[in-house]
Design a protein. Structure first.
Length: 134
């Protein structure tokens, strides 16, 4: 038992530091250096806050270090409905969100922070106006 504990401690000590330290946020100003379209579309919406880009897509450090590799950050285009609902549900926890979670649809079936037609509710297209159009 003692020998296995020593081996475990040695193994953990030899792991690269990056495997232990989670990626860091880089801030929306850094994101906007490359993502200018996204900067314009998110301004003035509820998602233009201190969390901004990384609140939805996760820490940007690895994405920045990889030169912008799409596999290094959360992509709503590549995620399945459960992953999208979980990601959006980190902030949006209410009765409306619970109703939206029924069926095999995701938040991005009707809403988008960047590709909306109607700024109110960030609705993507008029044909998705299943909600109150007010």
């Amino acid at each position: 038992m003692r020998r296995s504990s020593v081996l475990l401690i040695l193994t953990l000590a030899l792991l690269p530091l990056s495997a232990v330290v989670p990626p860091r946020n880089v801030g929306k100003t850094t994101c906007f250096k490359c993502h200018t379209y996204e900067q314009r579309t998110v301004q003035g919406t509820p998602h233009d806050d201190e969390k901004s880009c990384e609140g939805c897509h996760g820490p940007g450090e690895q994405h920045l270090k990889s030169g912008g590799s799409s596999g290094s950050i959360f992509s709503f285009l590549k995620a399945n409905p459960d992953e999208i609902r979980a990601r959006c549900g980190e902030c949006h926890r209410d009765a409306i969100m619970a109703r939206h979670a029924e069926g095999d649809v995701s938040c991005t079936s009707c809403h988008s922070s960047h590709h909306y037609v109607r700024k109110k509710y960030l609705l993507k297209a008029d044909d998705n106006l299943l909600h109150n159009p007010a």
